[in-house]
Design a protein around this ligand. Structure first.
Ligand SMILES: C[S@@+](CC[C@H](N)C(=O)[O-])C[C@H]1O[C@@H](n2cnc3c(N)ncnc32)[C@H](O)[C@@H]1O
Length: 389
């Protein structure tokens, strides 16, 4: 993979600024990686357990930062919205403290090709069934944030607000305000959800994601520390994990997918739920087994989850045998063949959906070849999950 070790003057200027702000950087440097934008490269051999980056709390951008707090943005709007509004409002100020940092962020043009949020509707409609609801909820969140905050933004700045909203979506770290006074917290500490706990973290936001990790990130009152959990050879990319996310989640939230992602899975709900009778749905609901049916790879083979097996058993065998299965009593092997056949039919239906989506994307590609190619890749990955590639 092509790596550009000196990615540009703006990155040198930012690193100098970050160090002046107290960010400690050891043995890693920004570099450009094909297909990933910027990332961090090991500047020498690194041992497991080395502290590579320390970012002091005072340089984070959170809703507790004085400059954000002083804008007095409405508390009913989300933390993501308020941070995007802050960045939009302050953007015209040439002396803003994070100016050199902002110069290292991706452009709106880059987002337009990789973030499903920015894609034309006809391509969004070709997202797989697990990614589509993620995009829908993102769009709703964005609309609400813009609605709540537009009166605080400079005139005609929606485009900029959307850009910063995406910057926050793709670059924030989890921060639960370890030293913030109660009056400034977004909610009572016990009510905080992950979407309330956001911080922009200079230099930390250069790290790209792997499914297997490679560094641990810890927080305390002093800020963030990133410590290697494995050895790296000089010139290797240094990663950490953004979490155990499927490729549909990575695509919708961050605009990329991993070629081999051991967390990958897809929902089977759209194939199973519409085929259940109202009575079957009630039974599954009472047993807390309605929905969240997933397919993943276990021991290198396609595997459906326990919930799927329960739903298919209810759909294809007498109810008492389903009851025995979920209660863990009796011999369930006599229905194994029937359930296996139901799984196969499900896979046939999903494989057909994959072929149709790919065929329709071929017709569409036109000027959006890169987006269509990403979508075809994702449908092919689903075929591989089904064992049908
Ligand atoms: C926190 S930023 C990391 C730095 C970013 N690559 C940049 O150019 O500034 C997260 C973004 O990096 C990209 N990214 C992270 N991990 C990646 C990976 N393994 N492969 C491709 N892109 C990745 C995605 O665009 C994601 O939205």
């Amino acid at each position: 993979m092509a790596i550009v070790y000196s990615p540009g003057d703006e990155h040198d200027a930012f690193v100098k600024w970050a160090k002046e702000q107290g960010v400690q950087i050891t043995a890693v440097a920004p570099a450009r990686f094909e297909g990933k934008g910027l990332g961090l490269v090991a500047a020498r051999d690194i041992n497991a357990g080395e502290c590579l980056v320390k970012v002091p709390a005072k340089v984070l951008i959170t809703i507790d930062s004085d400059a954000v707090w002083e804008l007095n943005l409405p508390r009913r709007s989300s933390v993501q919205g308020r941070l995007a509004a802050y960045l939009t409002i302050i953007n015209a100020d040439d002396k803003r403290n994070h100016r050199l940092w902002q110069a290292t962020w991706p452009s709106m043009q880059e987002f337009e090709s990789v973030m499903p949020f920015c894609w034309p509707l006809e391509l969004q409609e070709h997202l797989p069934p697990t990614a589509k609801p993620l995009l829908d909820s993102q769009q709703k969140k964005y609309q609400k944030d813009f609605h709540d905050l537009k009166m605080y933004l400079p005139a005609s700045s929606e485009h900029l607000f959307k850009y910063f909203w995406l910057i926050i979506n793709t670059r924030v770290f989890y921060w639960n305000y370890p030293a913030t006074p109660l009056s400034r917290m977004p909610k009572r500490r016990s009510d905080l959800k992950s979407e309330d706990c956001l911080a922009l973290c200079p230099f930390g936001d250069y790290f790209n994601h792997t499914d297997v990790g490679g560094c641990d990130v810890t927080t305390d009152r002093s800020g963030y520390s990133v410590v290697s959990t494995k050895t790296y050879k000089a010139g290797e990319e240094v990663f950490f994990s953004y979490g155990g996310h499927s490729n549909d989640y990575l695509l919708a939230e961050y605009g990329f997918m991993l070629p081999n992602n051991h967390w990958d899975s897809v929902s089977l709900d759209h194939l199973i739920v519409p085929k259940l009778t109202a009575e079957q749905k009630d039974v599954l609901k009472d047993d807390r087994l309605l929905g969240e049916y997933t397919l993943s790879i276990v021991d290198s083979k396609p595997a459906v989850c326990y919930r799927t097996l329960a739903a298919l058993r209810l759909a294809t065998t007498p109810q008492q045998r389903y009851r025995n299965f979920v209660s863990g009593i009796g011999d369930d092997s006599r229905d194994q063949e029937t359930v296996d056949e139901a799984v196969e039919r499900l896979f046939d239906d999903f494989a057909k959906e994959c072929s149709e989506a790919k065929a329709s994307l071929k017709e569409l590609s036109g000027g959006n070849g890169r987006i269509a190619a990403t979508l075809v890749d994702r449908w092919q990955q689903i075929e591989a999950l089904l064992g049908r590639s």
